[in-house]
Design a protein around this ligand. Structure first.
Ligand SMILES: Nc1ncnc2c1ncn2[C@@H]1O[C@H](COP(=O)(O)OP(=O)(O)OP(=O)(O)O)[C@@H](O)[C@H]1O
Length: 586
């Protein structure tokens, strides 16, 4: 019930229209229920008193009622569809907006398939319920109430006798609903796991083919589907048992009316017209009551969907995403890591890390795999927060700078980039206030993309996730896109790993000379990417173990020299070749 009360929040803005809808439904229903009442008058009065004028009056009244009923029905349908669509649009858009604000950790802890399933299927179930089930439920309940009133008006005693059966009906509904709810919840979980499984498999289809994974994938699919089929059967058994019992109880109602009402007619305590009208109402009650039982099961299923959607709404959004703007100079002068410690679960990654990145310099972060380089970039991106210590931007704690403000000064390009299935213009203008990129052709030439990918590059789409481009071409677009936002600080995290040395050189020239990026941090395992680095920082187990210029570190023959010595003589960028020619490498 709490879930429905909470959901009422989405309906609240339209409650006035809801009231109007109720009135229209009432008119439509009452119109359909008056016939047996008039039948009683026809049998007892028209034929009893041989009154033809009364018969004609009844026929005209019935015609007018039928016309009114049709108009009310049409208006109710239109209004209902409008309200339910408004509710589902608000639900979907507010859920999407909320989810965009969730922290990255949430998306790392859930698979994409599960999230898509929740948004798509659960919202779909709620939409179906609101475009069918709820209106039907309201309609049927109104019909039941109207029928009960009419039966009471016809004969109170007979109604009381019949009504013994109704509480039994409620008991049947209550008896089955907890088990149905449990099974439906389990089915939804299994279905969303299946969606997660499918998303993962089709995103990695190349891997499955290369590893001959067909058999094991089919087996997993079989067992997942079998489990869902088993749960669906279980749910059907429970729903059918609940419906069967209800139908049996409902079928008893007209029999009870005949048994008791027939006796009253034989004792002249009731007219034949009243008994026939009462029997008609009792029979009419059969269908809406059965519908209510079925719809109740549907609403139990919908409540499961609503609960799962509210679980998403209850996820806390990332802190200080928008917030109040803080003042730090643009471009800023320095980003200082002060006593930063960070751990994944209990595994320490950075310990008492101290370093200041000064504006106007090009830094390189190098070190063995897993030494914490990307973690540093993630901290700077505000994707994760330090366990201890703080990062300061010109003395302002990064924690206090709203993420949306920070992203106007900072940009990162990593291997996890996103190429939109659209044109280059659309890719470049994504998230840019300056949505038209004027010198696109010039940019393409500078990053050596024009010749490689064809002249139609600026007008054609690249396919999903840039599937029609090579790895290096995608990386070039991702880097240029970050650069045209003109950040003060740009981090390139293995961003040129698939780009040849000559193009890499052009890209750095583009970033430094054309885009005038003030501060660059390159995270890399490739010597060729270090041609423009003023200062190299070598990380080992989350600590700086060496730092200095390329020339210093080569001369020192320490960690850096050991890690990169094999690359001194292989396909280097021009700037790196120049620098290496200045130092004695033995
Ligand atoms: N989400 C996570 N959960 C648990 N541990 C993680 C997570 N992300 C990274 N790690 C661990 O943190 C450590 C540092 O990872 P990080 O990505 O910062 O290393 P890196 O220096 O960038 O490595 P590489 O050069 O291989 O990219 C690694 O040991 C890694 O296993």
């Amino acid at each position: 019930m709490r879930i429905w009360l909470r959901f009422y929040g989405f309906f609240k803005p339209y409650q006035g229209y809801g009231l109007l809808l109720l009135v229209l439904l009432l008119i439509g229903n009452l119109g359909s229920l008056v016939t047996p009442f008039f039948l009683k008058i026809i049998i007892d009065k028209v034929f009893g008193e041989r009154n033809y004028d009364l018969l004609l009056n009844i026929i005209f009244t019935l015609t007018a009622i039928y016309i009114l009923r049709i108009i009310a029905g049409f208006l109710a349908d239109y209004l209902y569809t409008w309200i339910s669509n408004k509710i589902t649009v608000t639900l979907t858009t507010s859920l999407f907006a909320h989810m965009l604000k969730l922290p990255i950790q949430f998306f790392r802890s859930q698979s994409v398939g599960t999230i898509v399933y929740k948004i798509n299927n659960e919202v779909g179930q709620v939409r179906r319920a609101f475009t069918g089930t709820v209106i039907s439920m309201i309609n049927n309940i109104i019909t039941i109430i109207a029928l009960i009133v009419l039966m009471i008006v016809l004969d109170m005693k007979l109604f009381l006798v019949v009504s013994i059966l109704y509480p039994l009906l409620l008991m049947v509904m209550k008896l089955f609903s907890p088990s149905i709810k449990r099974v439906v919840e389990k089915t939804r979980r299994e279905e969303s796991d299946l969606m997660a499984f499918l998303t993962e498999r089709f995103s990695n289809i190349k891997f499955i083919k290369l590893f001959n994974g067909y058999r094991s994938e089919n087996q997993t699919m079989d067992s997942r589907i079998s489990e869902i089929v088993k749960l669906n059967l279980h749910s059907t058994v429970l729903s059918s048992a609940s419906n069967g019992l209800s139908v049996f109880l409902l079928a008893l109602i007209p029999l009870v009316v005949l048994a008791y009402g027939g006796k009253l007619v034989l004792q002249d305590a009731m007219t034949v017209g009243t008994l026939i009208a009462f029997l008609q109402y009792a029979n009419k009650l059969h269908e809406p009551l059965r519908n209510v039982v079925n719809l109740y099961v549907d609403l139990v299923k919908t409540s499961v969907s609503i609960k799962r959607l509210f679980e998403l709404f209850d996820e806390p959004p990332q802190q200080n995403l928008e917030g109040e703007l803080t003042m730090f100079s643009k471009p800023f002068n320095a980003v200082e890591f002060r006593n930063i410690s960070f751990a994944h679960a209990d595994k320490p990654i950075l310990q008492d890390f101290n370093f200041t990145f000064k504006a106007g310099k090009h830094y390189a972060l190098v070190g063995t795999s897993g030494s914490g380089k990307t973690t540093l970039a993630d901290l700077m991106s505000k994707i994760i927060e330090p366990k201890r210590g703080s990062i300061f931007v010109d003395g302002q704690d990064l924690k206090d700078i709203p993420m949306m403000q920070w992203m106007n000064s900072y940009s990162i390009c990593s291997q996890e980039y996103f190429i939109i299935n659209g044109t280059l213009q659309e890719n470049f203008s994504y998230g840019n206030d300056n949505s038209s990129i004027e010198n696109l052709t010039d940019i393409l030439q500078q990053i050596r993309l024009q010749d490689e990918a064809g002249t139609d590059l600026s007008v054609r789409s690249f396919g999903e996730r840039g599937s029609q481009l090579s790895g290096g071409q995608k990386q070039k677009i991702a880097i240029a896109r970050s650069a045209v936002r003109h950040p003060d600080l740009l981090v390139l995290d293995e961003a040129t790993s698939e780009i040849d040395a000559a193009s890499e050189e052009s890209i750095y020239r583009f970033l430094i000379d054309t885009c005038k990026i003030s501060t660059l941090i390159t995270i890399t395992h490739r010597l060729s990417a270090l041609g423009f680095a003023d200062e190299i920082i070598y990380l080992e187990n989350g600590r700086i173990v060496e730092q200095g210029s390329l020339e210093d570190l080569i001369a020192r023959k320490g960690y850096f020299f050991e890690l990169f010595k094999n690359q001194f003589n292989t396909g280097n960028s021009l700037s790196m070749k120049n620098r290496l020619s200045q130092v004695v490498v033995k």
